[in-house]
Ligand binder design. Structure first.
Ligand SMILES: CC(C)(COP(=O)(O)OP(=O)(O)OC[C@H]1O[C@@H](n2cnc3c(N)ncnc32)[C@H](O)[C@@H]1OP(=O)(O)O)[C@@H](O)C(=O)NCCC(=O)NCCS
Length: 160
């Protein structure tokens, strides 16, 4: 397999970022912990193989740490998510913050497994968090992965 490259996004990447977010999240607006983000406006890390996008991570850095707002691998189980998460942690350290954090949902068992195997801890559970998010983004489905009712949010963090 050819080398996986992770780099920061630029203005030239906007179209591919918008397409990737639309494929994964039905648009560029994502909602977590009661806040709507336009992920296309956030800084991004792109994973590329042979100059083709195979993964995307968008994030925001505040005093509270680096929040991973979206992370997607277009071809799962090929090391893309791991490379993106490692690059985000590196960025967070370089920014001087002491944690990387994110919110996922109760149905996303693949992501929960993925994050915990990479050192993230569950630090918060918000029952009904997705029901709140659905008020801001009604297109969020009621049934998620594995046929699980999609209702709750979980916050995970990696201490740096
Ligand atoms: C969660 C997600 C980002 C993980 O990305 P990924 O690229 O599949 O992650 P990786 O390939 O790095 O790791 C996944 C597994 O594949 C394994 N893997 C990596 N390369 C592999 C290879 N060449 N052959 C076989 N397995 C491989 C990894 O070891 C890992 O298994 P482990 O957890 O037992 O160690 C991805 O599943 C995804 O895009 N999900 C949909 C969007 C989503 O839900 N995002 C999270 C929202 S909070």
């Amino acid at each position: 397999m050819t080398e996986l490259v992770v780099r920061t996004g630029t203005g030239d990447d906007r179209d591919v970022i918008v397409r990737t977010l639309a494929d994964s999240w039905g648009g560029t607006i994502v909602v977590a912990h009661g806040r709507a983000y336009d992920a296309a406006e956030l800084p991004a890390l792109l994973a590329l193989r042979d100059d083709r996008l195979v993964g995307l991570l968008t994030y925001e850095v505040t005093d509270d740490g680096l929040e991973v707002v979206t992370i997607d691998a277009t071809r799962p189980r090929a090391g893309v998510g791991t490379a993106l998460l490692a690059a985000a942690a590196e960025l967070a350290r370089a920014s001087g913050v002491t944690r990387l954090w994110l919110v996922t949902t109760n149905d996303n068992l693949n992501a929960l497994r993925f994050y915990q195997r990479r050192g993230l801890r569950i630090v918060g559970v918000t029952p009904g968090g997705v029901d709140t998010a659905r008020r801001l983004k009604p297109s969020i489905p009621r049934i998620g992965e594995y046929g699980i009712p999609l209702r709750d949010e979980l916050t995970l963090e990696l201490r740096l």
